[in-house]
Design a protein around this ligand. Structure first.
Ligand SMILES: Cc1cc2nc3c(=O)[nH]c(=O)nc-3n(C[C@H](O)[C@H](O)[C@H](O)COP(=O)(O)OP(=O)(O)OC[C@H]3O[C@@H](n4cnc5c(N)ncnc54)[C@H](O)[C@@H]3O)c2cc1C
Length: 470
């Protein structure tokens, strides 16, 4: 939705942009970038540093795509990240922009509070002393290892295979070699019982591709802490967009309907308030999720293989439901407000200032199958379901509840999905997603080894900049 600030910025840029485009036409190396998420913005920003005439066409009235911070409808000072939230201390490319634009960081999850596991109707506090006597049929060895021991042995230890590949720009081969099974299938092959698998995957979906889950683990294994940009992560795309706005190099409200190429150049056709327009360049960069790009390439001379991966790329549904609480009552019980559950609200996170007496947010973050269940409900029912789950995990939630904000990424007309999903056998699509085809290049988290992260979008832009400037 366009607020007053973004509307004014859009109007100013729309008025200025035609002049900038005319100037750019006189130069040779002109790059049209479709999509103003982190991938498109950073691509344009870096290309311009190198002297290219690079422009972003963004369909919405705001930049940032899947980095979106909600403030309205929440008590003063509270921010709700509907998309990109945590910045790991190892995500050097994301942090480089944070430093470049002087954005203030705060720790994402402070304190040493315990987490809650909600399983079969009961709450267990994890991380304090010995593990609880799980109400599950576990083998003696599984019981001896406990949840932590099994997670270490079956999910963390295999990552030894990829030690030393931390900075690799591609998916490491040992992980690709494991890309045959769902997580459940993989754990069954390791000999884990059904109940042990339920315990190890609590708060997640065991039917996801094992290799993608190992990639997630691989991307997190050396992380010591997470950060958040104080005041909202949207300041990161906001800072990039502002640089482009100042140069007249971003146009909002421009929905691209077709991308094509011939021997002499490439072009994007768009719809905007003034009608249709075709913008030509030496190159076009598609920085759109493939969920939004499926019908754009009829005139693009793409190979059959490329057309297939664009058509078939899957996306996880994800819902975030933020419950504003009049105080962070869980802290009084020594709890962090973070939980993994077997409920529809598979995962709770807590956000808010330090003092337990201040207002805070309990966030239900649901990805995959259970997000599909929430999407089938109306908004009020989603809040009712989440509040009921919150009450089961953190008694007192109902009494402290004040307001809710709801986000479904499947329902977002500019995304149609949250994060790229790679089922068994599909992880090798990442380099195909990334592969340039003539004068059309491809950026976005779905083209990167860091898929599902802001760093994935930024890394993909760096790659495209190299491809164009080589
Ligand atoms: C629920 C969720 C949680 C996440 N959590 C984290 C996290 O904790 N940490 C982290 O680092 N990352 C996280 N991410 C991932 C991160 O937000 C994304 O990887 C990144 O923002 C993707 O950027 P992008 O540029 O590839 O795509 P997008 O942000 O999707 O950008 C695409 C842009 O294209 C525009 N567009 C679409 N169609 C058209 C069209 N036809 N014409 C013109 N423009 C169009 C869209 O409006 C959008 O602005 C999360 C994402 C989600 C959804």
């Amino acid at each position: 939705m366009m607020n007053r600030r973004t509307f004014l910025a859009a109007a100013a840029v729309a008025a200025f942009a035609p002049r900038a485009f005319a100037r750019a036409a006189e130069t040779k190396r002109r790059v049209v970038i479709v999509g103003g998420g982190l991938a498109g913005l950073s691509c344009a920003y870096e290309l311009r540093k190198l002297g290219f005439e690079a422009f972003v066409l963004e369909g919405q009235g705001r930049a940032g795509g899947r980095v979106e911070t909600l403030r309205e409808g929440l008590a003063g000072g509270l921010t709700a990240e509907t998309g990109g939230t945590r910045i790991p201390d190892t995500h050097e490319m994301t942090l480089a922009y944070v430093r470049e634009f002087g954005l203030p960081l705060e720790p994402f999850k402070g304190g040493d509070f315990a987490d809650v596991l909600h399983l079969r109707g009961k709450n267990y506090v994890a991380g304090r002393g010995p593990e609880p006597d799980w109400p599950l049929q576990l083998t003696p060895e599984e019981r001896r290892l406990g949840r932590a021991g099994m997670s270490k042995r079956y999910l963390n230890d295999p990552l030894e295979l990829v030690k030393g590949s931390e900075n690799s720009l591609t998916v490491p081969a040992p992980i690709l070699n494991l890309d045959h099974d769902t997580l459940q299938g993989y754990l069954e092959k390791q000999g884990l019982s059904r109940d042990a698998i339920e315990l190890v995957t609590l708060g997640g979906d065991p039917l996801l591709g094992a290799a993608q889950m190992l990639m997630v683990g691989f991307n997190q294994q050396v992380i010591r802490e997470f950060f958040h940009i104080r005041g909202g992560n949207d300041q990161l795309p906001g800072a990039l967009a502002r640089q482009l706005e100042l140069a007249g190099a971003i146009r909002y409200g421009c929905r691209v309907t077709s991308i094509g190429q011939d021997d002499s150049g490439a072009w994007a056709v768009m719809e905007h308030a003034g009608g249709h327009e075709t913008v030509r360049g030496d190159y076009v960069v598609s920085a759109l999720p493939f969920s939004m790009a499926r019908n754009l390439f009829a005139d693009a001379r793409l190979s059959a293989e490329k057309q297939r991966v664009i058509r078939e790329q899957k996306y996880f549904p994800a819902d975030k439901i933020f419950l504003q609480m009049q105080k962070q009552f869980w802290k009084a019980k020594g709890l962090s407000g973070f939980a993994n559950t077997d409920l529809v609200s598979e995962r709770f996170w807590a956000l808010g200032p330090e003092s337990p007496d201040d207002r805070g947010l309990l966030l239900s973050y649901v990805i995959g199958e259970r997000a599909g269940k929430l999407d089938a409900m109306d908004t009020q029912s989603r809040v009712t379901q989440t509040l009921s789950d919150a009450e089961s995990v953190f008694p007192g939630a109902r009494e402290n509840f004040e307001a809710a904000r709801v986000k479904s990424w499947s329902e977002d007309p500019w995304q149609r999905g949250a994060l790229s999903r790679f089922d068994p056998g599909e992880l090798h699509h990442i380099p195909l997603n990334a592969r340039r085809e003539g004068r059309i290049l491809f950026a976005g988290e779905h083209t990167s080894r860091w898929n599902g992260w802001m760093q994935g979008a930024i890394e993909s832009a760096r790659r495209v900049v190299k491809e164009i400037s080589a």
